[in-house]
Write a protein that binds this ligand. Sequence first.
Ligand code: SF4
Ligand code: SF4
Length: 283
Amino acid sequence: MHSVGFDACGVVRAENLSDAKARFEEWLEGGGAYGLDYLTRNIDKRFDPTQLLEGAKSVIVGAVGYKNRFSGTYQPDFDARIASYALSTDYHTSLREMLRNVALGLGFDDPKRVKICVDSVPLAEKSFAQLAGIGWIGRNSLIINPTLGSFMVLGALVIPEECDEYSTPYESDGCVGCGRCLLRCPTGAIRPNRTINTALCISNRTIEVGTTDPFDTHGWVFGCDECQACCPHNATTPLFRNERFSPRVTPTDYDGNFWAKLTPEEGKKLFDGTPIVRKFKKQ
Ligand code: SF4
Ligand code: SF4
């Protein structure tokens, strides 16, 4: 996994995570999926890898650190902030290629024998990452690794083979005694029970759902890093190691005035190949 560019990894049995599914359904019943209709579909598959791949036996989970010089470093008055994960090549593309290389390295030449899961395939990646020993699920609802912090993206490979050894779940909770992210979140979107009120989350509103109703994005135009920027576990974590996550956009080149005038056609061209184009494809 490290040779293809992952920074942390682990392996979990392909079992149904019924407890995590119950918590997810409770969150959905409370209106958690605000505008994210895809979350209400394929719930069984999300927590049961055997429904994603016939004969699934193991789930290999990988994490890559993407922290860069814009992760939590914007000046307070900068009015066009972009979440730092979005500044490099779309991680869906990068992680899919990396996981394909892992599959090939394991001898799965036929892509139909495995399932690559990167967001677009429903899999509860954070729950599997915790079971794979990668980290704990923080109050900001993100996976936090003791070395890499939370500026990470996750991908998983479901395979039809048993592994010799499986990882030990990450059981410590590095959030005990801290609540900085709850205080820092500009919109109060983080609930005390470690779930996010997606209706209030700037990340959801600037990427997925839009802001046609009055909604203050607090200077963010795409995503939001506030609940990561303040996290003590991100203070000394290393910058990205994998060159695929090197920023190709310099967000401070574009201020709020620029964004206000940007047309969807211009945006698609300018940010081609990064996650940011998603914003313009919806317009
Ligand atoms: S991404 Fe921003 S708005 Fe959403 S929970 Fe984190 S700090 Fe709050
Ligand atoms: S800021 Fe504190 S409470 Fe929030 S995720 Fe980080 S460690 Fe946990």
